[in-house]
Ligand binder design. Structure first.
Ligand code: FUL
Length: 413
């Protein structure tokens, strides 16, 4: 049996649970939605904010129907406008005509996630272009901590807190205080990429993880806007899995009129899936509501097609098994055509495999179909359809005994 006390890095139980989620929906919504812009400067009037048909259930139901297991809302983007009636500033929904200033979008989303049984996470931009005290670091640290505390204490369990490095290049916040608040109020939440993160940014906004994308890392990129700016993660355990964020409309996090043509195609979304989830990372796909407060039909249809296609390809393995050791062989009842293989390590024991190959038997010969390095949480391998009744995984190099939680073959046609 495997030895849990091994010196390999292993995930915490919370990280493991989070990695099992695999698919998250990001949701950028705010003042920008009404101003046809991506980065507001913090001067747009709350009177513009009026999503008359807002229905957070429609957002979250879409996420659920498409197979997403958590939902992350921008409670405050860089413009400083808050989607909940915070006590820290009047630059919030409370000053808007929407529901006569009595609405709370964070609450609506939290309730909808609870109802649909998916996780809820929040994005709170450290960079704040509205708040006058931003220029006074000590005062702003207090202000930001109060906002965070409201969010950490008012909306039930959170799966993730998303810290965006954009606009904060060269600025240090009071991470000690911030991390203490999270430890105190939401100890199970993942912390994205800043402070003492438990998950890291993959380093691009295309939703693509490199291969291999090891779960252990000592640094991560902080921002899109300072090339090569690597942050060391000294206070982070070495296990720090990657999350791949990408908007469903090319390069647009917020909704803009007349931009339906920017919707990624199903084929592009599947490619992203193979290169994020298929490389062992988590995918955070942004689908953004419009100025009515509803996700547009075209976006809803596209993301649901994506979810259906993932299910169609991967919900029904032809065969699967688990096992320990260097060689694992799957014997099918008869010759079948296969074109995908999913391999998963039991990461509770660490990421042990360093080099592997997959062969299939055709006639008397073993044909090498795949040669790879990392497996980690999940590796999806795709190849030309081939008829076989024996498939063999051979681990050529590993740190300690490989523990394969799942070795499954599929035919997607
Ligand atoms: C970036 C931001 O500047 C974008 O507006 C968006 O929020 C994206 C997720 O992160 O850094």
């Amino acid at each position: 049996m495997a030895n849990l006390s091994s010196s390999l890095s292993v995930p915490t139980e919370q990280q493991r649970r989070w990695q099992d989620l695999e698919l998250g929906m990001f949701c950028h919504f705010g003042m920008n939605t009404f101003c046809d812009q991506e980065w507001g400067d913090g001067n747009d009037s709350p009177s513009l904010f009026n999503p008359a048909q807002l229905d957070a259930r429609q957002w979250v139901r879409t996420a659920k129907a498409a197979g997403f297991r958590y939902f992350v809302l921008t409670a405050k983007h860089h413009d400083g406008f808050c989607l909940w009636p915070t006590a820290t500033t009047d630059y919030s929904v409370a000053s808007s005509p929407w529901r006569e200033g009595k609405g709370d979008i964070v609450r609506d989303c939290a309730d909808a996630c609870l109802e649909e049984g998916i996780g809820f996470g929040l994005y709170l931009s450290p960079w704040d272009r509205h708040e006058p005290c931003y220029s006074d670091p000590d005062a702003y640290d207090l202000f930001y901590a109060s906002q965070l505390e409201e969010l950490l204490t008012g909306y039930g369990p959170l799966v993730e807190i998303w810290f965006d490095g954009a606009g904060s290049e060269g600025r240090e916040y009071d991470w000690k205080r911030i991390m203490n608040l999270i430890k105190q109020h939401q100890p199970d939440a993942m912390v994205f990429n800043m402070g003492a993160p438990t998950i890291r940014w993959v380093g691009n906004e295309d939703g693509l993880a490199p291969y291999p994308c090891w779960n252990t890392a000592e640094s991560a990129r902080v921002s899109m806007f300072s090339e090569g700016d690597l942050k060391w993660l000294p206070e982070t355990p070495r296990w720090v899995p990657a999350e791949c964020d990408v908007p469903i409309r090319k390069d647009r996090w917020f909704w803009h009129p007349e931009e339906e043509h920017l919707l990624l195609s199903l084929e592009q979304l599947m490619d992203i899936y193979y290169r994020s989830v298929g490389h062992g990372a988590t995918l955070l796909l942004n689908v953004t509501p419009d100025n009515r407060g509803l996700m547009p039909e075209a976006d809803v249809n596209r993301v649901i097609s994506f979810g259906n296609e993932v299910r169609r390809r991967f919900d029904h393995p032809l065969a699967e098994l688990f096992g320990e050791g260097e060689v694992i062989e799957l014997v099918l009842p008869r010759k079948l055509i296969i074109d995908h293989i999913i391999t998963m390590e039991d990461i509770a024991y660490g990421e042990r495999v360093r080099d592997y190959k997959i062969e299939v038997q055709a006639g008397n010969e073993w044909i090498e179909m795949i040669r790879g390095s990392a497996i980690g949480h999940k590796k999806i391998d795709v190849f030309q359809p081939i008829s076989t009744d024996r498939i063999r995984l051979t681990v050529l190099e590993s740190v300690e005994r490989p523990i394969i939680k799942r070795f499954a073959v599929f035919n997607s046609h």
